[in-house]
Design a protein around this ligand. Structure first.
Ligand code: KGT
Length: 276
């Protein structure tokens, strides 16, 4: 089964970003992919909250989402739109960071709101307070796809293995982890965390990422990755934006789980006994 990943360098203009997304859908379909994966914040990447807010809509009126739904239908391809920032009616006024699983008829099959929010001060001086602008999601989501049951997640979620344990316990054999990773944390942690999630779950990991220097001045790590259930990297897109392809053999999941049945050996772990 062929999949495609769109490594984006999303900018400040949602219209231009939507055109690039539609181009990626067309490129993925022309290349024979059954499904395209796009990064976190595929519609707009802007550190300036006030400037960004002027462009943001709710789900029903978001033009980027509408463009991707139409392109998926026209090209007959599934899309995991990694995430969009959306203005949903919430009492506290915060946004949601929401991913969409879209089928080849342009129908939304599942939505996932990012659970773990990136509130981190890096030693390089980079400082992020995602929870100031976004409300965290409350539930994990898996969905049936042509690739099998897929677990949805977003970026910083990658650091919380309990989420992937829950998804694989629910039958997920593919884990999608769209991202906009920082460069220093990407260099230190990206490959090892993605490979670990694949190995622990005996599942494919598909991680479409933002890459390079963006119009808002930020730099993201790139390296969109596909990892097989044994932990082998099948695709690493490096630093340049574009569409990449990988052929994945879904039988690998059962083969690896048969060889090393760790997920069948999972136990419920309680509080540790603390010896003093
Ligand atoms: O808000 C936006 O515009 C786009 N969203 C992001 O950039 C998000 C939240 S600030 N980034 C991450 O989660 C990076 C995680 C990361 O880099 C790590 O876990 O090391």
């Amino acid at each position: 089964m062929r999949i495609a990943l769109y490594q984006a360098q999303t900018g400040l203009d949602p219209e231009a970003n939507a055109r690039d997304l539609v181009g990626a859908v067309e490129g993925a379909a022309a290349g024979g992919a059954a499904m395209l994966f796009t990064p976190e914040m595929s519609g707009l990447l802007d550190r300036d909250r006030e400037r960004a807010e002027r462009h943001l809509r709710d789900e029903a009126s978001d033009p980027v989402l509408a463009a991707v739904l139409a392109a998926a239908r026209d090209k007959g391809i599934w899309v995991h739109l990694g995430s969009l920032a959306l203005k949903e009616a919430r009492p506290d006024g915060r946004l949601v960071n929401r991913g969409f699983l879209i089928d080849d008829k342009g129908t939304i099959r599942a939505r996932y709101d990012k659970i773990h929010l990136f509130d981190v001060d890096l030693p390089t001086g980079e400082s992020w307070r995602e929870s100031a602008a976004y409300a965290g999601g409350e539930r994990s989501v898996a969905a049936e796809t042509p690739l099998g049951v897929m677990g949805l997640s977003i970026c910083y979620d990658l650091r919380f293995p309990d989420l992937y344990r829950a998804l694989s316990n629910a039958g997920a054999t593919v884990l999608s982890i769209p991202a906009a990773f920082t460069v220093p944390t990407g260099e230190a942690h990206w490959h090892v965390l993605l490979r670990a999630r694949a190995i622990e779950a005996g599942a494919f990991v598909i991680a479409a990422a933002q890459a390079g220097r963006h119009q808002d001045g930020r730099e993201t790590y790139g390296h969109s990755l596909v990892v097989d259930p044994w932990g082998k990297v099948l695709l690493d897109m490096g630093r340049e934006p574009g569409v990449g392809f990988a052929d994945i053999d879904l039988a690998e999941v059962e083969a690896v789980r048969g060889r090393l049945p760790a997920i069948r050996h999972r136990r419920a772990i309680g509080e540790p006994e603390l010896a003093r």
